[in-house]
Design a protein around this ligand. Structure first.
Ligand code: ADP
Length: 494
């Protein structure tokens, strides 16, 4: 706008109708404009937006600026414009604060000002054009962003969390300086993702590899490992992030945070160690308790003591529950140490399922269990662990469905895989929980599970056991309409 006006002025400086046109243009311009003429900076034209900006009326037209705006910005303003007039140099003022009375309130606005000397070919500078553009929205948006960034920075500083962004395709990592600090490296130096990984404790590297594989599948990257810092000390870090995929669902980027959890971890290690120790100690007395209880059941059966038989069966049920829990805790600590291993043998899956159902019988309360054992399917796998997975599924089916309903178990070949399914008519699962239930300690806590206790480790352990077998575990379910859990086991035929 300023450019157009200046061009006209140069060509028609003596022309009154041209002056009028300039005046009209200024008055109608959507931005705030004024033209100050001559050395005294007489307000030749000023449109309504600039009058509003100055807080003045039309009556200032024709007055020298010093008189028209005696109180505006002090004399500095006038001096500044006189400087532009004298020097012939354009002057910019960005994001200038201006208080304006609009809609019954005094509010703060921001304007960018241009003070443009207007030149005439013959006489040089003849005046100064003021153009002001409101930039309040941009300034406020930027301030908000800066505030958010500042809050994030403060939060990161306070919590000591580092952020990182990994370009998976080119293996380039961008990190906040805090990450290098956590790793005991110089935050000024550029560190590659390999250099970070090299500092991960030898015994914990498998955890990262597994977390990475899981992340590619699930989109969630999560691990806790030890690192040997650049200064040689051992620290614990926790990394959590998410994966961003391309159209073909190939991972493109991973973004996340890492924090030093050495203190917390310390606490958790003590807790885990305690649970592992206590579980070990409980194993032996529990085994003999179970043996004695079974002995007593036999005796009570011989004596035909119905009350005793009943009471002892209930005790056995509780002992079995406790045994499963303790073995679960022991397995959990083995998984965390990367030490859960398979011990494979050849066995018939139908016989195993029949055995597991028989073992689960004490927990059955008015359920019908249907399993039609077909011809023998001999497989090579860890018999005890597969029994543990099937037992878990049956116990869950019993726990999460009402008495009088049916649990259907099937074992059959599906292509190269053996499929074992446990289907109940119980509470079922919402879609959003169907993946989460395989995570460690995850339990659905709502109206439907009220009063049903558990630790949320059974399905996590089952999933880990299936991974070790290169198989999988999954669920098909609809809330309120039962659930069908199944495992797929790649069969290495004996
Ligand atoms: P726990 O039963 O001890 O909580 P699990 O790991 O075995 O732990 O199961 C995790 C969660 O999955 C349970 O808390 C429950 O919410 C859900 N769940 C498992 N089996 C079933 C089932 N058959 N029907 C409905 N929900 C189930």
């Amino acid at each position: 706008m300023a450019f157009v006006l200046i061009t006209i002025l140069k060509k028609n400086d003596q022309n009154t109708s041209a002056d009028q046109r300039i005046h009209d243009l200024i008055v109608q311009a959507p931005v705030a404009i004024s033209f100050l003429k001559g050395k005294k900076l007489i307000v030749e034209s000023a449109n309504p937006p600039i009058l509003e900006l100055w807080g003045k009326q039309n009556d200032i037209i024709g007055k020298p600026l010093a008189l028209a705006l005696p109180d505006a910005d002090g004399l500095d303003y006038v001096q500044l414009l006189q400087g532009v007039y004298k020097s012939g140099h354009i002057h910019y003022r960005y994001e200038t604060k201006v208080w304006l009375y609009r809609n019954g309130h005094h509010n703060l606005f921001y304007f960018d000002f241009v003070y443009q000397p207007v030149k005439d070919i013959a006489d040089g500078v003849v005046g100064v054009m003021i153009v002001a553009t409101e930039v309040t929205k941009q300034v406020v948006a930027r301030q908000l962003l800066e505030d958010t960034e500042e809050r994030l920075r403060l939060a990161m500083e306070a919590t000591g969390i580092a952020i990182w962004d990994l370009d998976v395709v080119n293996n380039v990592i961008i990190t906040s300086p805090r990450l290098a600090e956590i790793f005991g490296l110089d935050p000024e130096e550029k560190v590659t993702s390999e250099e970070f990984r090299d500092l991960v404790h030898q015994d914990d590297r498998h955890i990262i590899l597994k977390a990475f594989d899981d992340a590619v599948k699930t989109g969630v990257y999560l691990y806790e490992v030890r690192i040997t810092t650049g200064e040689g000390s051992i620290r614990w870090i926790r990394t959590s992030g998410k994966v961003i995929y391309d159209d073909q669902h190939k991972p493109l980027r991973m973004l996340g945070t890492t924090n030093d959890i050495t203190e917390q971890k310390h606490d958790e290690i003590m807790k885990n160690d305690f649970i592992t120790m206590a579980s070990h100690e409980l194993k032996t007395p529990l085994t003999s308790l179970k043996a004695y209880t079974q002995l007593l059941v036999t005796k009570a059966q011989k004596a035909d003591d119905v009350f005793l038989i009943n009471a002892l069966e209930k005790s056995e049920k509780q002992i079995n529950k406790m045994t499963r829990l303790i073995y679960g805790f022991l397995d959990l600590s083995k998984i965390e140490a990367g030490k859960l291993q398979l011990s494979v043998q050849t066995f018939d899956i139908n016989a195993l399922v029949t055995e597991v159902i028989a073992d689960s019988m004490p927990a059955v309360q008015g359920h019908d269990i249907i399993f039609k054992a077909g011809r023998a399917i001999r497989i090579v796998a860890d018999k005890e662990k597969i029994a543990q997975v099937i037992g878990n599924l049956i116990n869950n089916a019993l726990k999460y469905s009402a008495r009088g309903t049916t649990i259907t178990i099937a074992a059959k070949m599906q292509g190269e895989n053996l499929k074992i399914s446990v289907k109940d008519q119980g509470i079922g699962l919402k879609q959003k929980n169907q993946q989460k239930i395989f995570q460690r300690f995850y339990r659905v806590e709502d109206e439907s599970t009220r009063g049903l206790s558990g630790f949320g480790i059974g399905l996590y352990l089952s999933a880990e056991i299936m991974k070790l077998h290169h198989g999988e575990i999954a669920v098909k379910s609809e809330e309120g309409k039962g659930a069908e859990f199944y495992i797929l086991l790649p069969v290495i035929k004996s």
